[in-house]
Design a protein around this ligand. Structure first.
Ligand SMILES: NC(=O)c1ccc[n+]([C@@H]2O[C@H](COP(=O)([O-])OP(=O)(O)OC[C@H]3O[C@@H](n4cnc5c(N)ncnc54)[C@H](OP(=O)(O)O)[C@@H]3O)[C@@H](O)[C@H]2O)c1
Length: 166
């Protein structure tokens, strides 16, 4: 599995249900990397998607403990144990990549299964943030394999940093 996230300097990812920053080029890159593949998210991340619909051209999986939750276009799972049988069924040859797209609670549960990460590092600390993911720079089992030049958009500086599990 692959993590794909935009983080600030403190590895914060969201505030009040929203992402910390709006970076159109990053969203475009997210779409290009994930299209044709499988995306996994928590119910709160789904609710942060404009329109709250499935991401087009991707297989969308959402986690919720609400057994009555119903949303067109999503595989809805009520616990982690259901994930691997589902992936086995819908992606038996492993031809599609499986992206963990958020939020913090889902990452914490699936990080042990991830071996790659596409992190957009926003070079700023946001004052207001309530959701984070683990800092891979502090985790000795991860290493950086690629780092872009600094990008600039919407008054923000950021770079794309790719990690793999050692
Ligand atoms: N910067 C980025 O790249 C990025 C990416 C994605 C999200 N975000 C931000 O992250 C924030 C949301 O993250 P979050 O950590 O608060 O929420 P989340 O992980 O998106 O969703 C949490 C919900 O997922 C469900 N869930 C979690 N574990 C489960 C399990 N084992 N079995 C069944 N259901 C489970 C529960 O839904 P129920 O409550 O319905 O039971 C839980 O409340 C938002 O601010 C969002 O904008 C940022």
């Amino acid at each position: 599995m692959i993590l794909i996230f935009a983080v600030d300097k403190n590895w914060n990812i969201g505030y009040g249900g929203k992402m910390l920053a709006d970076i159109p080029s990053d969203l475009k890159r997210f779409r290009q990397l994930t299209e044709g593949h499988i995306v996994i998210m928590g119910r709160k991340t789904l609710e942060a998607i404009p329109g709250q619909g499935p991401l087009p051209n991707r297989i969308n999986i959402v986690f919720t403990r609400d057994k009555n939750f119903n949303r067109e276009g999503f595989y809805i799972l009520n616990n982690m144990d259901e994930l691997f049988p589902l992936l086995e069924r819908i992606n038996p040859k492993g031809e599609k990549e499986v992206f963990v797209t958020g939020g913090g609670t889902i990452v914490r549960q699936l990080l042990p299964h991830c071996n790659r990460a596409y992190i957009t590092k926003i070079l700023k600390s946001f004052d207001r943030a309530d959701t984070s993911i683990p800092n891979l720079d502090l985790d000795e089992s991860w290493k950086i394999v690629k780092e872009s030049e600094i990008q600039r958009e919407n008054g923000l500086e950021y770079k794309y940093v790719d990690y793999i599990r050692k």
